[in-house]
Design a protein around this ligand. Sequence first.
Ligand SMILES: [Zn+2]
Ligand SMILES: [Zn+2]
Length: 337
Amino acid sequence: MRQLTYLEGGGVEWRDADEPRLQGDCEALVRPVAVATCDLDLWITRGRIPVGGSLPAGHEGVAEVVETGEAVAGVQPGDLVSVPFQVACGECATCAGGHTGNCERVGRMATYGIPIGENYGGFLSDTVRVPFADAMLLPIGEGVAPAAVASLSDNIPDAWRAVGPQLEANPGAEVLICAGAGSIAVYAAAIALALGASRVDFAGGEAGERARAGELGANLLDAEFPERLGPYPVVVDHSAVHEGLACALRSTAPDGTCTITAIYFEPSSPVPLLEMYTKGVQVATGRVHARPAMEPVLELVRDGRLRPERVTAETAAWEDAPDAVAGHEGKLVVTRA
Ligand SMILES: [Zn+2]
Ligand SMILES: [Zn+2]
């Protein structure tokens, strides 16, 4: 089968790969129909993360179930499902606690589209094997367009975890988002507004993301980060630059939360730990545990309160995926019939 592949040293093209087969009763084979780029893909195509060896592309998407093992009960061929980017059993103690990103039955950080440990392939492929079909696959249901929820596998729940539980604990709170490149900051703005934040301030970010956040109802602040803003009880840092991180941490109100969705590959500049200590700032970072967070997000989409397609910057046909992925500047959704 064909599999879109990032090449060592840059570039992306279709490569032949082995067609996956069922390896157990609890597995499913799915055919991706709408695949989104993750914010991490932007870092890869811009050369900020070197690709060592070839790397299968794509780990956010909606797929059609094509074959299921005998023990699979929750989905059947023909169903349209969101496939979480993390491979997880759903049954071990860690998964049962909602921490599916650290499932005990698979290798550390087992994911699609990112070759850490076992290679599960990428979603820009003809067929994808899902090892724990009932635990992983989430049917999107009728009335939801696959392209609209292509990022339900990763970036949208990543944004939700930074504002959703926080706004539930603190209804109507004001939210600050320190944005950088990529979609998660915009999803966070959209979700915060959908959940009743009284104000969503959006600092930093690239032109496209700022425009989309503004259209969604966020209040645009400067593209440059000042030393501090606010304070805000709910803060999200997706800037991936030290000035953005420091601004986010200083702008967090006493006993407020700052969730860092950005990935800092380089050592960070000193964080304002004394100020954070005296204010009791709660900081969270790490990968989203995607599967449990996908359900409340899908609920918002089904209710019509969240329209993720408004965050999509570009769309492309499946055949055009190599050029579209190589040159994308914002959230890209690749679809096929
Ligand atoms: Zn991702
Ligand atoms: Zn598990």
